[in-house]
Design a protein around this ligand. Structure first.
Ligand code: NDP
Length: 265
């Protein structure tokens, strides 16, 4: 049998850790697969590109998660609900779409105990899928965003929402940076006066950005709060995607043993 082919589609895609994560797992588990990266410029061409490359599965990153959603024949109910797909698997000529970002995120924050109330800083695509899964799991999630326009989806789905101007803080167990502030600059996700109100009463602070300590996490540490960056979210979404790619042949822990090596190389 020839190698089973996988890839990540995105733009940009050169920075992605996914090829290393998945190839280490194929190698470690003795699965005859190969995972590449593909710079997809036109999201409308996702489906035809997938088939032209004879792929078995893909992950999809910025800015194509909605295109990926539209490209699928069959959608997992959660992916359907949040309108974003980051994992596609081909079975008998049909494309099956899943969202593994949200369950990956849920698992990443599960180490923090006795969490009921959560404040999201940011209302982009990642906040959408992760807020819905947290709500389904019984967390009380509030969304605070710089611009009003992105809050519509959250209002329609029953979340308490604020902009910086009308924010009425209360105590939150977990404060999470869901924005890209701090990714390529040194900015905080919201005015420091707001952070100085919500961080002191939080049990922990989390950032979805990985690979660097953001100004938000630096500030949280000055209050001696437990912190966590986005590395585990990235690892766990990858493990769950790998489970779909290999049709649940391996357990989560078996995959983790190999995939986590990508974070120490
Ligand atoms: P989007 O582009 O969909 O949304 C960006 C959000 O960030 C918006 O709410 C935007 O607010 C806000 N924002 C951007 N810059 C600032 C700023 N300087 N100050 C305040 N708010 C700002 O992004 P995504 O949801 O796709 O990604 C968000 C983050 O999540 C990224 O940093 C990404 O790297 C990370 N991520 C991590 C993953 C992981 O596995 N760890 C997986 C996926 C994403 P506004 O509406 O006002 O513009």
């Amino acid at each position: 049998m020839s190698k089973v082919l996988f890839a990540i589609f995105g733009n940009p895609v050169s920075h992605s850790k996914s090829p290393l994560m998945h190839n280490l797992s194929f190698q470690g588990l003795d699965f005859d697969g190969c995972y590449a990266r593909y710079l997809l410029e036109d999201g409308e061409k996702l489906r035809e590109t997938f088939f032209s490359l004879s792929l078995k599965g893909i992950n999809i990153t910025v800015p194509h998660k909605e295109h990926a959603y539209n490209a699928c024949d069959v959608l997992d109910p959660f992916a359907k609900k949040v309108g974003a797909v980051n994992t596609i698997v081909e079975k008998e000529g049909k494309l099956y779409g899943y969202n593994t970002d949200a369950p990956g995120f849920l698992k990443a924050i599960s180490e923090f105990e006795n969490i009921k109330t959560v404040l999201f800083l940011g209302a982009g695509g990642t906040a959408k899928s992760t807020s819905v899964i947290l709500k389904e799991e019984g967390y009380d999630v509030t969304i605070l965003n710089r611009s009003e326009s992105r809050l519509t989806y959250f209002k329609e789905n029953g979340f308490q929402t604020y902009t910086f101007d009308d924010f009425k803080p209360r105590s939150y167990d977990l404060v999470i940076n869901m924005t890209s502030a701090g990714l390529e600059d040194d900015s905080l996700p919201c005015p420091s006066q707001i952070l100085e109100q919500v961080i002191p009463t939080a049990k922990a602070c989390v950032d979805v950005i990985y690979g660097k300590e953001t100004p938000f996490l630096k500030l949280a540490k000055t209050y001696k709060k437990p912190t966590k960056d986005g590395s585990d979210m990235l690892l766990y979404q990858g493990i769950i995607a790998f489970e779909y790619f290999t049709e649940h042949t391996y357990t989560f822990e078996e995959i983790k043993e190999h995939m986590q090596q990508a974070f120490i190389l």
